[in-house]
Design a protein around this ligand. Structure first.
Ligand code: BGC
Length: 767
């Protein structure tokens, strides 16, 4: 059973009492939504209805909508999408955004926000990458925990989604994600585990897809076993229309099916004919009621929202997430002469891409454009010209020529390009990394006449940049929310020093990407995660592939030095924590923020591990010349891997490198620590398929098999006497013998079935 929620004894008590007073029909009805966004109320018992709304870019409280479809929603602050927030690496900022969204939920009567998302960016093609933070589980998990904490501090629940491994949109309602246990544990489950253990989201959203067979909405492993292991106290809600079989989903452990569906009778029937245990249903209802009562009690209808302040926060967050990918010759910020005439080229300067398509779409309270904000900020200090440059995907010679003329006469050009809305969209995946031809044509046309060209990209994910080595300055501006235009103007004009760093690798070519050969599916409804642990930078590092821009990369208008890495010990028991510190100094002439990244590498792992893995990070704001000591703590999990054979997180004794970097490919400081394991390596489970070599690694195995194998090796037909010394060298060095499954010795007549079983049992007994 799942752990009982703690800390709310009164609500728990009321929930338990209510379950006892509900009819079977009422219980069944409560497990499915009343409509698209609310749960049912049961007036007779005083059970209230609560409202759930999307998430995660802001609140999307739908006012009028068809059963399926987006409809219109109440105006709300549209914050930067998660790929932009991910690039801030700033837990405090993300918490602040969460709090603001939580307040807007309270003001508009929403009890649960459907977000954040912690899918990992397995392929840059995933249409929903804009809704996810990163390709790295630690970065995703920490930012999600902060976001959840922020929203929930305001008395509003969250729904951490999509649980789990739904990393492509193609056939998402039927696709089966085939992922090995180690990869699941170390990558795809990990952000959920971090966020659950740190922030206890009130709900987790079971994904559309299947995981290794069962639907996520029916999987006991996901809905019962893991939550128990993690101490999860909340409930599971289905993604919208994700339930395939209501009775199977209840048996699996899903509490709430959304949206409304006529499935209650099926539940009643299943209990009546014994297919569903009523006690099990009661346990789910108790937990669901406790959640509903808690959400209802946390309502703060008199909450007021300072939309101007939230807009300011959205702009600041966008500014922190934008990534300066390249800045040759210090072209940026635009200053001095450049200001005399800046050509802004590209329709997005006036009609920005600022959010993705699908359920996360917010009705913004206002939208800033780069053109308006740059014009306003510049005032009389300079002059801005504009040309549209493109309209649609196909290059338009007239628009291109107009843009080229505008660029030719300017002192500097800013070309703003990106993906059309259909490419950053829920429900579909991209098939290439390419920008629309009209956008690439605009970059080329401008470059041909204006060497002082900055390219700004508005996209939720990485795109191909065939012109990257010829453009002096590039900014990844993401889908920056309603303040994105202003944030961009702040950066271009130097009011803000860029400080975002990539939470995802930007590949040089699609063919270099980890899932290239397997994405989105195998043509038989399966998404096979064949690259296993090696996704994101783990892949590029292992394959020694040079990405276009690496994970963790991002430049600034100032510079930073790293020095004095210190560990508090040189030898560490795996039960202890390691304190590490280093000094970062702003060596430039303006204030700026540096993101310090700590990677861990095991020098000689027992099983193959990634070259390095992000384990900690810090965001540090420094005035010119200022230095700060930055401290981190690493603990057992930061050194462990998930040993699939032992089915446990394991630390092997050995030397680990601690790498402090400004990006995954710019390691500035190193230190190492010898880790000593306090527990012996877990013994594998033995059966008839365990190899002879595995038995010979243990004293009991050697004692038992040695003489018998020597005999088998020398063979009775040689006529030689039985050797006196068992476990002879011949056995120990015979690769064929060592590789045999022990059951094969029974087939060969070396052991009887009983003898084999005896040694298998003997070694398992010592587990
Ligand atoms: C999406 C969820 C979303 C839900 C409700 C689904 O299509 O996958 O992320 O929260 O709809 O809009």
């Amino acid at each position: 059973m799942q752990a009982e929620s703690g800390g709310l004894p009164e609500i728990e008590h009321r929930a338990a009492d209510l379950v006892g007073r509900m009819t079977l029909e009422e219980k069944a009805a409560l497990t499915v939504g009343r409509d698209a966004w609310t749960t049912i109320s049961i007036e007779r018992l005083g059970i209230p209805s609560i409202r759930l709304s999307d998430g995660p870019t802001g609140v999307r409280k739908v006012i009028a909508a068809p059963v399926i479809g987006l409809g219109t929603s109440v105006p709300a602050t549209c914050f930067p999408t998660e790929s932009c927030l991910g690039a801030t690496w700033d837990v405090d900022l993300v918490r602040e955004v969460g709090r603001a969204i939580g307040r807007e939920c309270q003001a508009t009567g929403v009890q649960v926000l459907l977000g954040p998302g912690v899918g990992l960016k397995r392929s840059p093609l995933c249409g929903r990458n804009f809704e996810y933070f990163s390709e790295d589980p630690a970065l995703s998990g920490e930012l999600a925990a902060a976001y959840i904490d922020g929203v929930q501090q305001e008395g509003v629940g969250t729904s951490l989604k999509h649980y789990v491994a739904n990393e492509c949109e193609t056939d998402r309602l039927t696709s089966d994600s085939i992922v090995d246990e180690r990869t699941l544990r170390e990558l795809y489950l990990r952000p959920f585990e971090i966020a659950v253990t740190k922030a206890q989201p009130w709900t987790l959203m079971a994904a559309y897809s299947r995981l290794n067979g069962p639907y996520c909405t029916e999987s006991r492993y996901l809905l019962r076993d893991l939550p128990e292991e993690w101490g999860y106290q909340g409930i599971f809600v289905s993604d919208w229309f994700a339930v395939d079989d209501r009775v199977a989903s209840l048996a699996g452990g899903l509490h709430l099916q959304m949206p409304a569906a006529p499935t209650a009778q099926a539940v009643v029937d299943a209990v009546r004919d014994g297919r569903l245990d009523e006690a099990q249903l009661d346990a789910l209802i108790r937990r669901l009621l406790a959640f509903i009562l808690k959400a209802d009690a946390a309502r703060r209808p008199s909450t007021t929202v300072d939309f101007a302040a939230h807009h300011g926060l959205a702009r600041r967050a966008a500014g922190e997430g934008m990534v300066l990918l390249k800045n040759e010759g210090g072209l940026l910020p635009l200053a001095g002469d450049s200001l005399a005439e800046i050509a802004l080229l590209g329709a997005f300067a006036q009609e920005p891409r600022f959010q993705g398509a699908g359920s996360s779409q917010v009705n913004p309270t206002r939208v800033e454009t780069l053109y308006d904000e740059a014009t306003r900020l510049l005032g009389t200090a300079g002059h801005i010209t504009f040309a549209r440059g493109y309209d649609g995907d196909a290059p338009d010679p007239t628009l291109l020529q107009e843009a080229q003329e505008t660029a030719r006469h300017a002192r500097a050009a800013v070309v703003i390009v990106g993906l059309p809305v259909s490419h950053d969209s829920e429900g579909g995946d991209r098939t290439s990394l390419d920008l629309p031809p009209s956008h690439n044509a605009l970059v080329e046309a401008v470059l041909a006449v204006q060497p002082r060209t900055v390219v700004v990209l508005q996209s939720g994910a990485a795109v191909a940049m065939p012109w990257a080595d010829r453009v002096p300055a590039i900014i990844q501006a993401w889908l920056g929310g309603q303040g994105g235009g202003g944030a961009l103007a702040d950066i271009l004009l130097g009011r803000v020093s860029p400080s975002g760093k990539l939470g995802e690798t930007f590949p040089a070519r699609l063919e270099d990407t980890p899932a290239y050969l397997h994405y989105p599916d195998d043509g038989q409804g399966r998404a096979v995660f064949a690259e296993g642990l090696f996704t994101g930078y783990r892949w590029y590092d292992a394959r020694k592939i040079e990405p276009l821009f690496p994970f963790g990369h991002g430049l600034s208008y100032t510079s930073f030095s790293y020095s004095n890495i210190e560990l508090d010990r040189s030898t560490l028991l795996d039960t202890e924590t390691l304190a590490l510190s280093l000094t970062v100094r702003n060596t430039g002439r303006r204030a700026g923020r540096e993101i310090v990244q700590i990677y861990v590498r095991e020098q000689r792992p027992r099983l193959r591990r990634p070259e390095q893995e992000l384990k900690a990070f810090a965001s540090v704001m420094l005035e010119p010349g200022e230095a700060r000591v930055v401290r981190f703590t690493l603990s057992r999990r930061d050194f462990a891997f998930f040993d699939p054979q032992a089915n446990a997180w394991t630390v092997t004794a050995g030397t680990f490198d601690i790498l402090a970097g400004a990006s995954s490919r710019e390691i500035r400081l190193r230190a190492s620590v010898a880790v000593r394991a306090t527990q012996p390596a877990a013994r594998p489970h033995f059966d008839r398929y365990s190899r002879v070599e595995t038995f010979m690694a243990y004293a009991e195995g050697r004692a038992f098999l040695g003489s018998r194998l020597s005999k088998a090796l020398l063979g009775p037909e040689t006529g030689e006497a039985e050797p006196e010394t068992p476990a002879s060298d011949e056995v120990a060095s015979d690769p064929f013998l060592l590789s045999l499954p022990i059951g094969r010795l029974v087939v060969l007549g070396t052991l009887t079935e009983q003898e084999m079983q005896a040694i298998v049992d003997c070694l398992n007994a010592d587990d």
